[in-house]
Design a protein around this ligand. Structure first.
Ligand SMILES: C[S@@+](CC[C@H](N)C(=O)[O-])C[C@H]1O[C@@H](n2cnc3c(N)ncnc32)[C@H](O)[C@@H]1O
Length: 372
C-alpha cells in the first residue's frame, strides 16, 4: 500500500496551502467550463442562473435556515467559495451583512467581483486565523469542514464567533461508521482525493459540537452518497479499498447547532445533602422541561446549596435526531437517582405528544453517546 504524504497529517498549514491551490484551480476551471452544481432547486436556478453555476457545496441549505435568525442580522459563511450561498442568502433573507471567508484567493476574487451591494464581503483567510470582535447571529458552512482534520478546533472557534442564541448550520460529507485508517491513507496519498482525507463519521461531528459547548445539536437530514464515481480508478486497482469504502457508508449530512447562552437557574435536589441545587435552564430550548421540572420539583429556591455549597452546574441539553426520530434529554450524571421520577414527569408527556419519536433520559455525555 502507498504511504500517505506525511506532511498532510503533520503540518496543517501545508494542508491548507494545498487546499487553497486546489480550489484556486477549481475556481478557474468552473469559469472556463461553467456547469450546474447540481444542488440548487429549479426556483433558485431561475432566480439567479449564473449563481447556480458557481456553487461548490454538497446541499442546498436555505430550507433549513430560520428567517428570523437572518433578516437584518449578521451572517458568516465559512469556506464561502465563489459566494454562491451568500448571494442567494442575500436575495432570499436580506441580512444586515454577510461575510464570507475562504483560503482560496481565486475563490475570494471571484466572489468579490460578483457581489452587488456593500453588505457582502469576502476575505481570504482560514477559519483558524479569522478574528472578529463583533459576533454573528448565523454561521453556515457548506462542504468545508470535512476538508479539515482539526474539527474540534473549528467547532470551538465557531462557538466563540457566535452570539448568544446564534446558530451554526453545516452541510458536509461524513460517514455512518468510523472511517478505516487504511481508507484515509489511500485518500491522502492519491492526488485530488486528498479532499477526502479529513473524512470522519457523523459521531465525530456530534461529539465535537457538544464538546465545543453547543447546547442543542440536531441532525436535520442524512442522505447516502455514493463516492465510487469520484474514485473509480482507485477502486479498480484496489478491491480491499472498495470493501472498506462500503463499510464506512458515505453520507451527506445537514446539521444545526445552537448556542443557547441565555439561561435561568433552576434547582434540583442536591444528591448529597438533599438540599436544592441549581442547574442551568435554557428558555428557548427547553420550555417543556422547565415547566415539568418546576411542577414536579416545586422547592426551587434560586439559592446556592447552603449546606454543602456544591454547585456544579451543568446544562440540561437536548439531543435531537430528526432522521432517526429520537430525542434525548441530557442531565447531569448526579441526577441519576431521580431517573424514574424524571422519566414519568418529563418523558411520558413528551412521548404522548410525539408518539412516533423515541425519547430517552441520558445522565451525562457518556450515556448520550450510547443512545446515539
Ligand atoms: C467544496 S468548496 C465549497 C464552497 C462553498 N461553500 C459553496 O458551497 O460553494 C470548499 C471551500 O472551502 C474552503 N476551505 C476549506 N477549508 C477551509 C478553512 N479551514 N478555512 C477557510 N476556507 C476553507 C476551500 O478553499 C473551498 O473554497
Amino acid at each position: 500500500m502507498r504511504m500517505p504524504e506525511t506532511w498532510v497529517i503533520l503540518n496543517p498549514m501545508e494542508t491548507l496551502d494545498k487546499l487553497a491551490k486546489h480550489y484556486d484551480l477549481e475556481a478557474r476551471t468552473r469559469l472556463e467550463k461553467p456547469h450546474e452544481s447540481g444542488i440548487y432547486s429549479q426556483n433558485l436556478k431561475t432566480l439567479n442562473p449564473e449563481n447556480s453555476r458557481l456553487g461548490f457545496g454538497c446541499a442546498e441549505l436555505f430550507a433549513f435556515l430560520d428567517e428570523k435568525q437572518i433578516r437584518g442580522k449578521r451572517v458568516l459563511d465559512i469556506g464561502c467559495g465563489a459566494g454562491a450561498d451568500m448571494i442567494y442568502l442575500n436575495q432570499l433573507f436580506s441580512p444586515q451583512t454577510i461575510t464570507g471567508i475562504d483560503i482560496s484567493n481565486e475563490m475570494v476574487q471571484l466572489a468579490s467581483k460578483r457581489f452587488v451591494g456593500s453588505n457582502l464581503k469576502a476575505i481570504q483567510t482560514s477559519i483558524h486565523e479569522f478574528e472578529e470582535q463583533q459576533h454573528y447571529d448565523q454561521i453556515i458552512s457548506n462542504a468545508v469542514i470535512h476538508l479539515n482534520q482539526d474539527k474540534s478546533r473549528i467547532f470551538q472557534k465557531i462557538y466563540t464567533l457566535l452570539k448568544d442564541d446564534g446558530e451554526f448550520l453545516c452541510a458536509d460529507f461524513m460517514t455512518e461508521q468510523p472511517v478505516a485508517p487504511q481508507l484515509l491513507e489511500e485518500f491522502l496519498a492519491s492526488g485530488g482525493l486528498f479532499l477526502f482525507g479529513g473524512l470522519e463519521s457523523k459521531e465525530v461531528y456530534l461529539n465535537g459540537l457538544a464538546e465545543a459547548g453547543f447546547e442543542e445539536v440536531e441532525v436535520l437530514e442524512t442522505r447516502s452518497f455514493d463516492p465510487t464515481n469520484q474514485i473509480q480508478n482507485l477502486l479498480t486497482q484496489n478491491p480491499a479499498l472498495l470493501k472498506s469504502l462500503k463499510q464506512s457508508k458515505f453520507l451527506i449530512v445537514i446539521l444545526k447547532a445552537k448556542k443557547q447562552a441565555q439561561y435561568q437557574l433552576i434547582s434540583l435536589y442536591c444528591p448529597q445533602c438533599k438540599m436544592p441545587r441549581k442547574i442551568r435552564h435554557y428558555p428557548s430550548l427547553n420550555q417543556q422541561i422547565h415547566r415539568t421540572l418546576c411542577k414536579n420539583f416545586p422547592n426551587t429556591l434560586f439559592e446556592p446549596c447552603p449546606s454543602c455549597e456544591r454547585l456544579e452546574i451543568e446544562a440540561p441539553m437536548q439531543y435531537h435526531d430528526m432522521d432517526a426520530k429520537k430525542m434525548a434529554v441530557v442531565l447531569p450524571p448526579e441526577q441519576k437517582h431521580l431517573q424514574s421520577e424524571l422519566a414519568r414527569s418529563l418523558l411520558e408527556p413528551m412521548q404522548k405528544q410525539m408518539p412516533h419519536y423515541r425519547f430517552n433520559l441520558c445522565f451525562g455525555l457518556a450515556e448520550l453517546q450510547k443512545f446515539r
